[in-house]
Design a protein around this ligand. Structure first.
Ligand code: PMP
Length: 351
């Protein structure tokens, strides 16, 4: 603390991301990255752009990328916003749609960046308890004073709520924005983006960090009614005209254009997830039915904290949250088949 700090800096409690390690030998299953590289078309596009245009500023409106993303969901460019990772898109959304003095709601077990943004922007919040089985208590999200934000599938629980559940929440907050954070949606049944034309208070946020293998490029996006998108653009243009650089713009566009590659690796991860779930159950784990690229599991006799530490010693990094309610669970990212075999081998040894 210093006398030079603004009250904003003083009240922040920054988010702590999962450890990033450089050792090649580590099996890194702690930050839900994609184990497969991006489409070769992404590299091609980035290489071309590097050779041609880096001396010039990128497009401040990112129309080309917004149009490409919109096409995936039958939306126009003015119903899409792009930003530097979905974390930035979420931060802008808090500024654009939530108000100091009006409490917002999110689940008590959820993405731990939400309370960080709330504190930063001085927005009060209510943490809505999940049911014992980690599903949502839907009606507790109705008629919120300040708005609602929740991930679907939820993180770190990996559970997916059906579209009609999400729709109920959107419908019962007609005067407030409901943000659905779909970071993991491509590993699940269906996006709620198809309801955007029906609900002007629905904002759907997604990312290229998971299913498109572009965590290192930092491209996230939001989809919603054009007046919501206008609000995000007003915030962005009051902050930084060029949040996405030239490489990110062309790389992300190429990723969306290679649908075949996207489908192939997504299907592979889902298959590996389902096989890993079966194997973990055989080892005595209770595994939540995941619709994400990670698994949330708890062992019947050995504590999650101990397993986390033992795995780490053995060069396998998973995520452990020392938080009431989930402190006996491990969150394990789905890697390649080989990586998951290493995880299972080490778990077998430890147990
Ligand atoms: N939302 C959720 C639920 C997440 O788990 C993550 C990844 N940590 C993000 C958003 C942010 O992803 P990114 O900034 O890489 O798009």
């Amino acid at each position: 603390m210093s006398k030079f700090w603004s009250s904003m800096v003083k009240r922040t409690e920054p988010y702590v991301p999962g450890e990033q390690v450089n050792q090649q030998k580590i099996v890194k299953l702690n930050t839900n990255e994609n184990p497969y590289p991006p489409s070769p078309k992404v590299m091609e596009a980035i290489r071309g752009e590097m050779e041609r245009n880096l001396q010039l500023y990128p497009s401040p409106t990112a129309d080309d990328l917004r149009e490409t993303i919109g096409r995936q969901y039958g939306l126009t460019a003015d119903e899409v916003f792009v930003g530097n990772g979905s974390d930035e898109v979420l931060a802008f959304s808090f500024m654009a749609f939530f108000e100091p003095g009006q409490p917002i709601r999110f689940p008590d077990v959820t993405y731990s960046f939400y309370p960080v943004y709330a504190k930063l922007f001085d927005i009060p919040y209510e943490e809505v308890p999940l049911n014992r089985d980690f599903t949502l208590q839907i009606d507790k999200f109705f008629q919120s004073k300040g708005g609602v934000i929740l991930p679907n599938p939820n993180a770190p629980t990996s559970l997916y709520a059906e579209l009609d559940t999400i729709e109920e929440i959107v419908k019962n907050n007609p005067d407030r924005v409901v943000i659905i954070d779909e970071a993991y949606i491509d590993f699940a049944a269906k996006s709620v983006a198809e309801l955007i034309q029906q609900y002007d208070n629905l904002l759907v946020v997604q990312t290229t960090s998971k299913s498109r293998s572009l965590a290192g490029l930092r491209v996230g996006f939001a989809m919603g009614n054009h007046s919501l998108i206008d609000a995000l653009i007003r915030i962005k243009d009051s902050f930084n005209s060029y949040t996405l650089d030239r490489l990110a713009l062309v790389g992300a566009k190429a990723a969306f254009e290679d649908e075949a590659y996207f489908k192939e690796i997504t299907a592979k991860i889902i298959a590996t997830r389902n096989e890993t779930t079966v194997a973990l159950k055989q080892l005595g784990f209770a595994v939540l039915p995941s619709q994400a690229n990670f698994i949330f599991a708890s062992h019947s006799s050995v504590s999650a904290e101990r397993l986390y530490n033992e795995l780490k010693k053995e060069g396998v990094l998973v995520r452990y949250f020392n938080k009431p309610g989930i402190d006996n669970y491990l969150r394990m990212t789905i890697g390649t088949d080989e990586q998951m075999e290493r995880l299972l081998e080490k778990l077998t040894e430890i147990l």
